[in-house]
Design a protein around this ligand. Structure first.
Ligand SMILES: *Cc1c(COP(=O)(O)O)cnc(C)c1O
Length: 465
């Protein structure tokens, strides 16, 4: 560029963005978690015909910030318990900004040595932390769903090839594929199966916490022959439960099936010496999906697809064209993800891991679990309320005596604004589900959360009936 005026435009626009970003982060501790205005309200400020002429960058950023401010959900607050998503660590957020400014298309190694190297280090550290085979292929994708999808595509092609079929001919040309999962399979896994051409998984049962029924799995696998893929789960979104990997992987492997683990948030239990027992036997699977934008607290969008048999991964996901540079002996990033062009989304993962260290990641995961345990204990002391799940990890499902009261409590809490938790249905009952995923959810956040839930229950007359 070399043009001082142009550089000055970037600097000014980034400064305005920086000011608004810092302002937003400053409000997180005290503002209501819920947005103050709905989609239509924000649209009303921005709607209108596409302007014929543009505006200068500073004015554009100002306009965007002004139109959006009260339409933002404080998802980074330590009292946001929605979905299973958390905040972002300072190092990860800042690294993500650099990734954007650097604007490196990190699909192939050679043209972008810096970001490719940082991602390779992040991948190596992840495998180490999560106790997964060091030879595994790692792809940085947009999220857990694409990680599940990427792993299923690798699985699909590998089991087809093992059955003597040519994956390039498509699944319609090969033998029938079986795709099996427990009854509590996440909707993301169902979508991934459909995207991969496997259809929704056939479910084989689950126990009261959502753990796959291993005997049911064995029966289902024994009922037919031919290539099979089994999806297991580390961390049920309602109960936080983990499948019995040691038993289920052994049963699946005896039947020649590929075993995939959806560990969008639960895979991180492996990084804690205290919680590792939850994932015993998990490393014997064939592929694993996780999110960094959940438990690790990096910005969206960042999922991780991990496949033990790296050549199987690159055979399924790799792209080959004369103009795409590659180094023969080492696969390129685009060989391990569905994308060709993409941002260097593994860089914030490196930054989060570098700023935490091994001990810091263990403390993070332990801290989320401790906060969930403390929430459950606090809720149990509120008259009329009941925690329905066992709480081995980060998820707490809260219920009043009847579904109507539980639904009303969820609405009351979200409107009150001190906390935000999703309403859901679990085991036939309406629940308010608290997913602890933010590194900042400390004892004070737990105290304020229990306090506001108690106030909500009292306001609604729960416990007096
Ligand atoms: C969140 C989640 C997913 C999907 O991850 P995204 O990043 O939202 O695509 C899949 N499985 C489980 C268990 C999850 O909690």
């Amino acid at each position: 560029m070399g043009d001082g005026a142009v550089t000055e435009q970037y600097r000014q626009a980034l400064e305005v963005a920086h000011r608004h970003a810092a302002g937003w982060l400053d409000t997180l501790a005290d503002r209501p978690i819920r947005p103050e205005v709905d989609v239509d309200g924000v649209r009303a400020r921005l709607d209108g015909v596409l302007p014929e002429e543009g505006r200068d960058p500073v004015a554009v950023v100002e306009e965007l910030a002004a139109a959006s401010a009260d339409g933002l959900m404080a998802m980074g607050s330590p009292r946001f318990y929605g979905f299973v998503i958390g905040g972002t660590y300072p190092a990860a957020l800042a690294a993500d900004w650099l990734v954007t400014a650097w604007d490196q298309n990190t699909g192939s190694r050679q043209p972008t040595p810096a970001t490719a190297a940082v991602e390779e280090v992040a991948a190596t550290w992840l495998l180490d932390l999560l106790g997964l085979p060091a030879e595994s292929g790692v792809g940085f994708v947009t999220g857990g769903t694409m990680a599940n999808f990427s792993c299923l595509v690798a699985a699909r092609d590998a089991v087809l090839r093992r059955a003597g079929a040519d994956p390039a001919a498509g699944i319609q040309a090969g033998p029938a594929l079986r795709f099996l999962a427990g009854d509590a399979v996440h909707t993301s896994m169902v979508l991934a199966g459909r995207l991969a051409g496997l259809g929704a998984p056939r479910t084989v049962g689950a126990d009261d916490q959502g753990r796959i029924d291993v005997a049911g799995l064995e029966r289902a696998l024994g009922a037919a022959t031919g290539p099979a893929i089994v999806a297991l789960q580390a961390g049920d979104v309602h109960s936080g439960a983990f499948d019995d990997f040691a038993a289920a992987v052994a049963v699946a492997h005896r039947a020649g099936a590929w075993v995939h683990v959806d560990g969008a948030f639960g895979l991180w239990a492996a990084a804690s010496p205290r919680l590792q027992h939850l994932v015993r036997g998990m490393a014997d699977a064939d592929s694993w999906a996780t999110d960094a934008h959940k438990t690790l607290n990096v910005p969206y969008d960042c999922g991780v697809a991990i496949v033990r048999d790296e050549p199987a991964m690159t055979a399924a996901l790799g792209a080959h064209a004369a103009y795409l540079p590659s180094v023969e002996s080492i696969s390129d990033p685009y060989d391990r993800t569905p994308e060709l062009s993409r941002r260097a989304r593994g860089v914030p993962v490196w930054a989060a891991l570098r700023s935490l260290g091994r001990q810091g990641v263990a403390r993070l995961v332990d801290g989320l679990t401790d906060a969930a345990t403390a929430l459950a204990a606090g809720f149990a002391g509120i008259p009329g309320l009941e925690v329905l799940n066992d709480v081995p990890f980060t998820q707490v499902c809260l219920a009043a005596p009847d579904d109507g009261a539980t639904a009303a409590l969820g609405d009351w809490l979200r409107a009150e604004g001190t906390v935000w938790a999703s309403s859901s249905t679990w085991r036939g009952r309406t629940v308010v589900r608290f997913a602890v995923s933010n590194h900042g959810t400390d004892a004070e956040a737990v105290r304020r959360t229990v306090d506001v839930v108690a106030r909500g229950a009292a306001a609604l007359g729960i416990g007096e009936r």
